[in-house]
Design a protein around this ligand. Structure first.
Ligand code: ATR
Length: 269
């Protein structure tokens, strides 16, 4: 079978490496290639995929929303999030999914015992936040809290959650067991961190959905305070694993996928 990831830029994507490690471990002769699709060529996406006889593909920045009008069907999670990272090509029809949220939550469940009782704060209310909130909502008993800079972002949120602004989050920070940053604040030389961690309780797990850099500014600060931290590496691995399941109905070798990504990030490959 043939798989791919489309994006722009795409040459640094670790997805081909990660999926090949899985194929090799399962003795599958599948292929997975990175296809650079600039925005101004996106109208040719059907032709590009068809010509290569691709059975399924991932979609990454900046096309996760742009792909939607090209789909024949979209699953509920992807529709709610408004973004697609996985397309299954079945009998010539394109079906869109979003595995980012389940990817993050599957990883978190494995490292955090008792997640069902955790008080969780998500920072940011964009697509990534919504995907994670939708999945956490299914397994966590206390009401989830989502904090955002712009309250109007919540207008299209139907989930029953606490919706607060960032300064409210700052002043109530010690009430949470897990804090998940989905915003890019504090990255790319921007020194404004998303919120002050002054009121962070000592047991709170601070997490970010980014894994490159391995420790984002909020993770570094939390670690300096002595808090446990958790980056987005497992999210990346598990979103790929979930895509593979959608395409093949097979169980992926998640360990092999994670190991090769870690080797690459350490500069060992
Ligand atoms: P993604 O798909 O990765 O979630 P997105 O949909 O563009 O990306 O959402 C980005 C989120 O990061 C939003 O919640 C955004 O807040 P606003 O709704 O107020 O724009 C948040 N964000 C981005 N930059 C930020 C900053 N400097 N400080 C605080 N929040 C920020």
């Amino acid at each position: 079978m043939k798989f791919a990831v489309i994006g722009n830029p795409i040459s640094h994507s670790l997805s081909p490496l990660m999926h090949h490690a899985n194929f090799q471990s399962l003795n599958l002769e599948n292929t997975y290639e990175a296809i650079n699709v600039p925005v101004n060529q996106f109208q040719d996406i059907k032709k590009i995929i068809l010509e290569k006889s691709i059975d399924g593909f991932n979609v990454t920045i900046p096309h996760k929303e742009r792909i939607i009008p090209y789909l024949d069907d979209i699953n509920e999670q992807a529709k709610s999030v408004g973004a697609v990272n996985t397309v299954l090509v079945k009998d010539g029809k394109w079906i869109g999914y979003n595995t980012d949220g389940i990817g993050y939550v599957n990883g978190l469940k494995q490292i955090y015992e008792g997640i069902e009782d955790a008080y969780i704060l998500i920072l940011g209310a964009g697509g990534a936040s919504k995907g994670i909130a939708n999945e956490l909502y299914k397994i966590v008993r206390p009401t989830l809290t989502v904090a955002n800079r712009t309250m109007s972002r919540f207008n299209n949120w139907s989930l029953n959650i606490n919706k607060i602004n960032l300064s409210h989050a700052e002043s109530h920070l010690d009430e949470f067991d897990i804090i998940i940053n989905t915003t890019p604040a504090g990255m790319n030389g921007n020194t404004d961190s998303v919120i002050s961690l002054n009121r962070l309780a000592s047991h709170t797990l601070v997490s970010d959905i980014v894994y490159n850099p391995y420790k984002t500014p909020i993770l570094k600060e939390a670690e300096q305070r002595g808090n446990p931290i958790y980056n987005g590496l497992d999210m990346f691995v598990h979103q790929g694993a979930e895509s593979f399941k959608i395409w093949t109905n097979l169980e992926p070798d998640i360990k092999a996928m994670k190991n090769i990504v870690i080797h690459k990030l350490k500069g060992e490959l």
